[in-house]
Ligand binder design. Structure first.
Ligand SMILES: [Zn+2]
Length: 69
């Protein structure tokens, strides 16, 4: 069973509501979901055999989405 945790201070990129985002790991991929509008997003695995095809740059961009505006 995946543990779902809320992301403190995160803002949904879809509905712009704050503190509605939660995340969990699914098959070594981080999944984030907005409980308000149902928006979901997936992040590249932090460490896996596919690390070469998942540049760190992409990670930084995804994290940027969740910064409060
Ligand atoms: Zn939302």
């Amino acid at each position: 069973m995946a543990k779902k945790r809320f992301i403190a201070g995160a803002t949904c990129p879809s509905c712009n509501e704050g503190d509605t985002m939660r995340w969990w790991q699914e098959h070594h991929v981080e999944v984030v979901e907005c409980v308000k509008c149902g928006h979901t997003d997936r992040r590249s695995p932090v460490a896996s055999e596919d690390s070469e095809s998942a540049p760190k740059q992409q990670d930084a961009q995804v994290i940027g989405i969740f910064k409060p505006q």
